[in-house]
Design a protein. Structure first.
Length: 617
């Protein structure tokens, strides 16, 4: 994902600027897997010095001898015959040149009638100004000759106004948009132009994401809460079946450009895979995707969208730019900005490219497309991981939930869950269809994503889940399916298994409230640390927890006897923390338990629960 540089800044940051033609392309050297070397014939050197009229430009992305392709999503391809203006940086150690700012340093020549222009791919740039809604009109084109002359003049120290725009406004566009080109296999693939997607979702399997343990600097607890929000934005659409799952953290030093069998998310570009750093660089984050596309790799039909064939994704790796923390510090709401960037890169991980520019997506000439999360330029306006209809249309095209809603089964309703014992929960629902072949029961832990737990036969309306730990929360949802597809899932419902029936004993980590009847405990966690809350009693029914310092109160809680009022005991809690916390309250006489969860990065949500403990005499 990009910030847009001005033409002036591109000139000042580029040691070499040249106009010419790509005359040949070949895979890069083995030591730099997944690169492509382009022989570039220089016709007009506008800045800097090069030894000769031909240079080698090394582009990230390419094919291995075994047929695996690695590509940076959203990076335009350069192919033989392209006439382009390139803003370059020499890599003297490798003896090649690399484009400045990845795709932002490429301007493609295009002809219209007897005129030629230079524009970024695909020459569809939306006009807007800071604080204004986009107008939906295209930016004026850069006249090829006048733009090259302006670049040469500026490189020589002559700073003059931008007179190369066709209508003379000189406005720089705020958005760069790429076609769905990189959602599809590139030209060096033996199966050119085929979409890429995850086949795991077709089998109701998860795609697991592993996060660097240090997290993103500059955000509470490394930004894990914002990443989870971004994942849920894509997984939460009932008309598609994305199943991205946060698998955990790792101290492994993952490389984004190395397919190692792990879908990784790293931060601050630990291996300097994005040239430069913010604010000198306008590349905020990138996503590498990997797939096979040689002659032996057969495309598959997209279930529910069988007119389109696709190739299977094998791996995806995301990293943010070094200095990205400084960009977060410069925006009004760093947490929401990080949500947006993560949602954008996860969209690439699903096989979705920038929102417009080809025959399928239509032109980038509307507010709708300009406001998509998959726009190439960061909005950074506080929208967070907010998908619009254009984003949803893309994920529904790649991962449709069913061929036809009328042929798929009706969704079950009335989902209810009941704790039967310390290790069992009963899940019940109403069967509203007459053509289902099976029901799927999905389960998640209190801080996890839904995973398929069990597939049951038709006409089933209940399941007893056994083998669970005592006083542990689980949530469930159920959907029906048949040969034509799946229903939408039920709304989720959750409960906590019964706790052990035993006397409450205060031990420094447990409060015993309301005459010692209720056990209250807290567990907290960050990306770097975890532990139990330390308990301090205040009154018969009130106490508090601290995590690091006895003088720093994190959570205050109390249990009140409301039996004479509504037949329940009441639970209250308030916190002064944005750590991930799990507050568990259990009745030592009946074993009834309730769990209250607060994710990392969100200010503790006040608890006022008058319904969980209907255990009055």
């Amino acid at each position: 994902m990009y910030l847009l540089p001005s033409d002036e800044s591109l000139v000042s940051r580029s040691p070499v600027i040249a106009f010419g033609r790509v005359v040949a392309a070949a895979p890069g050297p083995e030591r730099e897997r997944f690169t492509t070397d382009l022989v570039f014939q220089i016709e007009n050197l506008l800045k800097g010095f090069v030894p000769g009229s031909r240079i080698t430009v090394r582009r990230p992305g390419g094919v291995r001898p075994d047929g695996m392709i690695g590509e940076i999503m959203g990076l335009p391809a350069l192919i033989e015959g392209d006439r382009v203006l390139l803003f370059l940086r020499p890599d003297r150690e490798a003896g090649v040149y690399r484009t400045v700012e990845l795709g932002l340093g490429m301007f493609f020549e295009e002809s219209r009638g007897n005129r030629t222009f230079l524009q970024r791919e695909p020459a569809l740039e939306i006009r807007s100004r800071a604080g204004e809604e986009p107008t939906g009109t295209r930016q004026p084109l850069r006249d090829a000759q006048r733009f090259r002359q302006w670049v040469a003049d500026r490189a020589s120290g002559l700073n003059r106004s931008a007179d190369y725009f066709e209508d003379g406004t000189g406005d720089n566009p705020p958005a760069i948009v790429s076609p769905f080109r990189l959602t599809r296999t590139p030209g060096q693939c033996e199966r050119d132009g085929v979409p890429v997607r995850w086949r795991e979702f077709d089998e109701r399997l998860d795609v697991l994401l592993t996060v660097a343990a240090d997290g993103q600097d500059g955000l509470p607890n490394g930004g894990l809460a914002q990443l989870r929000t971004a994942i849920r934005a894509w997984n939460g659409d009932p008309r598609s079946h994305s199943r991205l799952v946060l698998h955990g953290t790792s101290s492994t030093a993952f490389r984004a450009d190395d397919p190692d069998g792990v879908n990784s998310i790293t931060f601050e570009d630990p291996h300097d895979e994005i040239l430069g750093s913010y604010p000198e660089s306008n590349v905020l984050a990138l996503n590498w995707v990997f797939f096979y596309c040689d002659h032996s790799t057969e495309p598959h039909s997209i279930p529910g969208n069988r007119s389109t064939r696709a190739l299977a994704l094998a791996e995806t790796n995301i990293t943010t730019q070094d200095g990205y923390r400084d960009w977060l510090a410069s925006v009004g709401d760093p947490r929401r900005a990080h949500e947006e960037i993560m949602a954008h890169e996860l969209g690439h991980a699903l096989g979705i490219a920038h929102t417009c520019g080809d025959s399928t997506s239509g032109p980038c000439d509307s507010t709708l497309k300009e406001q998509a999360i998959m726009r190439a330029i960061a909005h950074a306006d506080g929208r967070g991981a907010s998908l619009n209809s254009d984003d949803l249309a893309a994920v529904r095209f790649l991962y449709p939930e069913a061929d036809s809603p009328s042929r798929g089964p009706a969704a079950p309703t009335g989902l209810g869950v009941t704790a039967l014992s310390q290790s069992e929960i009963e899940v019940r629902w109403r069967d509203r269809s007459d053509n289902e072949s099976a029901f799927e029961v999905h389960e998640r832990s209190i801080d996890g994503e839904f995973r398929l737990l069990r597939t049951l036969g038709r006409d089933t309306t209940s399941l007893v889940v056994a083998g669970l730990p005592a006083a542990t929360y689980r949530a469930y949802r159920v959907l029906a399916r048949n040969a034509h597809g799946s229903s939408v899932p039920t709304l989720e419902a959750g409960t906590t298994t019964l706790a052990e029936i035993e006397e409450c004993i205060e031990d420094g980590q447990t409060l015993c409230l309301n005459s010692g009847r209720f056990r209250v405990a807290v567990a907290w966690e960050s990306l770097r640390e975890e532990g139990p809350g330390r308990a301090t009693a205040m009154t018969n029914d009130t106490g508090y927890f601290w995590f690091f310092d006895p003088d720093n109160v994190e959570i205050v809680t109390k249990v009140l006897d409301g039996c004479d009022i509504d037949g329940h005991f009441w639970i209250y809690a308030a916190g002064m923390t944005d750590m991930e916390t799990v507050l568990t309250v259990s009745d030592s006489e009946t074993g009834r338990a309730a769990t209250y969860y607060n994710p990392i990065g969100r200010t503790f949500t006040t608890v006022q629960d008058h319904q969980a403990f209907a255990i009055c005499p």
